[in-house]
Design a protein around this ligand. Structure first.
Ligand code: SF4
Length: 349
């Protein structure tokens, strides 16, 4: 059998509803015919979500501090001048966001041990109660260290944050959840088990969010599949990942090796994520790191969402749309109907 026939032999059962095994996923990643994979991923996407529609959203990222003790090898964030935003500065950013017609804030920063818990609670309740914003925020590593510093359990912390108004926690900081890549990225970052455990606790407290991969470094292909498997298993246990997004690393520091990931490779991973995650409905493409043209191709390769347009970005070089109109233009020019949704994937307009 040739490569295309071997690929189709794996894809056919998936189109009949079977689950992709890790072994077959690794074959597809390394040897699979990308065109056939993308076509199958698109077909499965069309059965799971409205085939005519593509969703997007609008939120502003507020990086409340860039001071971080974790020291990830790829991260340049902490190398800038250290800052922690005051509540007034956060309020000002929220007001600017409101003035742009948006009501969602993505509240995230470094692991800064000098910030008291009251700061987080006051900031979140100010954003939600006073400013009328919805807040997705923090990440497993921030939550882990905040609970530890305050000598409370993670579920207790999550309840306090939820009571202050937090509604969602992103699965940020996952990158690639294997022991080898955790060592490369940062030995001080959470292990795969710790990351999964914190995300599971968030889901159990009703704080649903997303999951992602950031690839294109020194990972082995089997590590991509291991990462997918960690997330699929966690989703089977607690079900709170509303979407999965594929990102590629950008060169931010000299001590971290970044590969030039070809667009075809990226699209293959997007397709593979749709084929692998039978238990996650929404597959997002990262226009922010891959740009609009790749985004349009991803929309016929398994993806059904282009995430948010970007108002402020402090860490990465952004290729994303800068407004709702630009997002809609990307979607309509790819042949779909744009649908504005909120953090929770509810139609919001
Ligand atoms: S990626 Fe996050 S945890 Fe790692 S150093 Fe940067 S801010 Fe800290």
């Amino acid at each position: 059998m040739n490569r295309s026939e071997l690929t189709q032999r794996i894809l056919d059962p998936l189109l009949d509803g079977a689950m992709l095994t890790k072994e077959d996923a690794l074959f597809l990643l390394q040897e699979g015919d990308g065109d056939l994979m993308r076509a199958a991923a698109h077909e499965i996407r069309n059965r799971k979500v409205n085939p005519k529609e593509v969703s997007y959203t609008g939120f502003r990222v507020v990086n409340y501090t860039n001071i971080c003790k974790i020291n990830c090898s790829y991260c340049s964030f902490k190398q800038n001048d250290g800052y922690t935003l005051t509540l007034d500065q956060i309020r000002e950013k929220a007001q600017e966001t409101k003035d742009l017609g948006m009501n969602q804030i993505f509240f995230q920063g470094g692991v800064n041990g000098s910030i008291p818990l009251t700061y987080y609670l006051e900031a979140i309740s100010m954003l939600t109660e006073e400013m009328g914003m919805r807040v997705r925020g923090l990440s497993p590593v921030e939550i882990f260290h905040l609970a530890k510093k305050n000598k409370i359990t993670i579920p207790q912390l999550l309840e306090e944050l939820r009571d202050a108004g937090l509604t969602s926690v992103p699965g940020a900081g996952a990158e690639i959840l294997t022991p080898h890549m955790r060592e490369v990225l940062s030995p001080r970052k959470l292990s795969a088990e710790q990351w999964s455990e914190v995300m599971g606790m968030c889901h159990e407290k009703g704080l649903f969010g997303s999951a992602n991969i950031v690839f294109g470094s020194v990972e082995e292909p089997c590590e991509i599949i291991e990462h997918f498997d960690v997330i699929r298993n966690q989703q089977d246990r607690t079900g709170g990942f509303l979407a999965f997004t594929s990102w590629t690393f950008q060169q931010q520091t000299e001590k971290f090796t970044v590969k030039n990931v070809q667009n075809s490779e990226y699209l293959k991973i997007v397709a593979l994520s749709r084929l692998f995650f039978d238990n996650i409905s929404n597959i997002e493409v990262s226009l922010m790191v891959r740009g609009k043209e790749v985004g349009k191709q991803a929309l016929v390769s398994g993806a059904n969402d282009i995430s948010s347009y970007v108002v402020e970005e402090n860490v990465l070089e952004s290729f994303a749309p800068r407004s709702a109109a630009e997002s809609e233009e990307v979607i309509t020019s790819a042949g779909f109907i744009p649908v504005y949704r909120d953090f929770d994937y509810n139609r919001a307009r």
